[in-house]
Design a protein around this ligand. Sequence first.
Ligand code: SF4
Length: 293
Amino acid sequence: MVYRSFNEEMKSRFGCKIYKLALSGGMTCPTRDGTLGTRGCIFCSAHGSGDFAVGRCESIAAQIEKAKALVSKKAKGAKYIAYFQDYTNTYASVEYLRKLFFEAIEQEDIVALSIGTRPDCLPDDVIKLLSELNIIKPVFVELGLQTIHPQTAIYIRRGYDLPIFDKAVVDLLNNNIEVVVHVILGLPGETKEMMLDTVRYVANSGAKGIKLQLLHVLEGTDLADEYRAGKFKTLDMNEYIDILIDCLKILPPDMIIHRLTGDGAKRDLIAPLWSGDKKRVLNEINRRLRELN
Ligand code: SF4
């Protein structure tokens, strides 16, 4: 079974290997600053889902140089995407965002801008800014949906309802901005059918890309307390791969698969421990996919 991977897609669009430079925009989230809550989404670590970004106090130019240095040995002849991953990267004034994002795409070898955010943090002036940037270099907006099921959304403290997601997708698509949706597989209380419902919804949403992520339990999160209290179990590797394969079967063949498993920091991983060996997991996923050819 073949799928359209992010790496291959980027290579065919830009003609070379593309690396993401994880940058910090210095923002927080409405689920953390008291607007919607103070403890963040239940699964989210103190780093705000961005465990690999370089220092958030430095200028964007300095962050870019540091992030490039991290991949310099393997990145000969490569180009880059400026990637704002941690926290909610449109949760600031449009003036602040304008300066930040224009600086991030200034260099010639940065071919695109990728912004992780929440659908409830995309007001009209921000959409307009993204549309302006998108004319200069492609902009990808990653939306953390995780699930379409209201009871799970409440449990994970997502803080917005599904119509907010629908509106954000329409607003972005109306401005030709590429949408990538994050989905978590294995959320407490969800059956396989519920997870497939979410993926089916994304398949029909107009999004061009999807990140499929295994639920990780990370140290320091409220989810870790729930896990230790025995309130739910995490998926084992075979269960996860079975669900993942069914997700890939549902998705349209031109959907870009940005991620097939989790990518959390190993030092904080509590469960499932098998997911810490990312190479082994990806090998097993690819082996199972080859069997389907
Ligand atoms: S998952 Fe996203 S929105 Fe939720 S607390 Fe973490 S960074 Fe913020």
